[in-house]
Design a protein around this ligand. Structure first.
Ligand SMILES: Cc1cc2nc3c(=O)[nH]c(=O)nc-3n(C[C@H](O)[C@H](O)[C@H](O)COP(=O)(O)OP(=O)(O)OC[C@H]3O[C@@H](n4cnc5c(N)ncnc54)[C@H](O)[C@@H]3O)c2cc1C
Length: 440
């Protein structure tokens, strides 16, 4: 049995190792000069919802059948990964999820898995960009054509697994699915996930999944700040769920308590994909300043973002804060009215009845100084992709599996939709599923 795995990030490495363990001869093609993909940039927190009910609460609109596979297979997949020699340290967490850290960090994890793969006879080809699928006369996928350096090479195999990491780095596809502000998004991912898996498979009749118009990412400081690629996590505004977000009109536009990844998509739909994250000193000390741990460095998300050049205001009254924001094109009277109305609703216990409800984490903005930071949408990975079944088989537009073709990780869409419950877990579970099914 021969197999081509396209993309050497989380899903690709897992698929390759699982297939190899089951006796396949695996070639792993990687577009970049170094493998790792977004896994290499990640926090290395491998997490998954504990039960199906937990997953439904975290991601109500995700595909229920694929979600069940994810939740049920995750614990055994963690044990399998430990069996491959990875160190997975359980982290303290909320009761609705399993959380492990890939100790001592993703780069060592990648080096370890690759070393294992190559020492067991696996072939890694870097600088190899898969461009097109090859089919035999029955329509079965029988290999890929890849650009390797200046040449084109055909890699024949019994099965092809697409693990190219999504289409977040493709401006044309982003504009198609995420609209006119998508050029303003900050790419919070590796730059090579340009939708090659999606494009190659749909070119031979594969179906796109639901969730094509949604994506996972986090708010980052707005331009002119430029966040260093290796340090995305330190500047990620996870605490937007504890804050108030206003747009250039000074209006709230989302229930911030849904979480930063949902706020991030809501900001994408605001003028200029720009918003201001507002909080008081209590939220600043409790959430905006983070101690670090689990691989993340300590950070002051406000002052470090300001130092990078992000729009930022600190003031001792709400009036001065609103006034200061006018310098950035924000309608000041709108901000003041929004914050005054929000604070009154919080004090009276009716935040959930605001026109834009605030159902949880309704922190008042009352303890000076007050902080406002310009933030914008960043895209980490797309939640829509190829339609698959529970074994990772890519389905055609009539719902039939395309023989010989599989997808895993971000390339397999619809498992999450709008919300998200872990990225690395998708590659772990569906990479193994695809490899096991392909080998039979
Ligand atoms: C800053 C940051 C922090 C994150 N933190 C976490 C976290 O703590 N926990 C978590 O669960 N998730 C996290 N994630 C998300 C996680 O990294 C991704 O969900 C995961 O890496 C996706 O796995 P993948 O294999 O689908 O894609 P990737 O890991 O991105 O791998 C895709 C690979 O395919 C290659 N490729 C693309 N096109 C081709 C082609 N045509 N031919 C050959 N190769 C190709 C790419 O170069 C890349 O190496 C984070 C991501 C980032 C950027």
């Amino acid at each position: 049995m021969t197999m081509i795995v396209v993309g050497a990030g989380m899903a690709g490495l897992i698929t390759a190792l699982q297939a190899q363990e089951l006796g396949a001869q695996v070639t792993l093609l990687e577009k970049g000069e170094t493998p790792g993909g977004s896994l290499a940039l990640s926090g290395g927190t491998l997490w998954c919802a504990r039960t199906m009910d937990d997953l439904r609460r975290l991601v109500p609109r995700g595909d229920a059948e694929l979600g069940r596979v994810l939740v049920e297979d995750f614990p055994a997949s963690v044990e399998w990964l430990r069996g491959q020699g990875a160190t997975l340290t359980p982290l303290p967490s909320l009761p609705d999820r399993h959380v492990y850290w890939l100790e001592p960090g993703p780069r060592v994890f990648i080096a370890h898995l690759l070393n294992r793969f190559e020492s067991q006879g696996g072939r890694l080809v870097t600088g190899a960009m898969a461009e097109r699928l090859v089919q035999d006369e029955t329509g079965r996928v029988a290999g890929v054509v890849a650009k390797v350096g200046d040449a084109r090479e055909t890699f024949a195999a019994d099965a092809v697994i697409l693990t190219t990491g999504g289409f977040q780095a493709n401006p044309e596809l982003r504009a198609r699915y995420f609209g006119p502000n998508s050029d303003r998004f900050i790419l919070r991912s590796n730059p090579r996930s340009t939708g090659d898996g999606l494009l190659m498979a749909t070119a031979i009749g594969a179906a796109a999944s639901p969730a094509m118009a949604t994506f996972y990412g986090h708010l980052l400081p707005a331009p002119p700040a430029v966040v260093p690629t290796h340090d995305f996590i330190a500047y990620t505004q996870y605490h937007s769920e504890q804050s108030v977000l206003v747009n250039l009109r000074g209006d709230r536009f989302t229930d911030e308590s849904w979480g930063d990844e949902t706020n991030n998509q809501a900001v994408a739909r605001q003028p200029d994909a720009l918003a201001f994250l507002i909080y008081d000193h209590t939220v600043y000390t409790s959430y905006a300043v983070r101690p670090g741990g689990g691989g993340a460095r300590p950070t002051d998300t406000f002052y470090e973002s300001k130092a990078l050049g992000a729009p930022a205001v600190v003031a001792h009254s709400l009036e001065d804060l609103a006034d200061g924001l006018q310098a950035y094109g924000v309608y000041g009277p709108g901000v003041l009215q929004t914050l005054t109305g929000y604070n009154a609703a919080v004090a009276e216990g009716r935040a959930a009845q605001l026109p834009i409800p605030r159902r949880a984490k309704a922190n008042p903005v009352t303890t000076p100084p007050f902080y406002a930071l310009g933030v914008t949408t960043a895209i980490t990975f797309t939640l829509g992709g190829l339609r698959i079944d529970g074994d990772g088989r890519v389905l055609d537009r009539a719902g039939w599996p395309i023989a010989g073709l599989y997808a895993a990780g971000v390339d397999a869409g619809g498992i999450h939709n709008e919300q998200y419950a872990g990225g690395l877990c998708l590659g772990l579970v569906f990479g193994r599923r695809a490899a096991r099914h392909a080998i039979g």
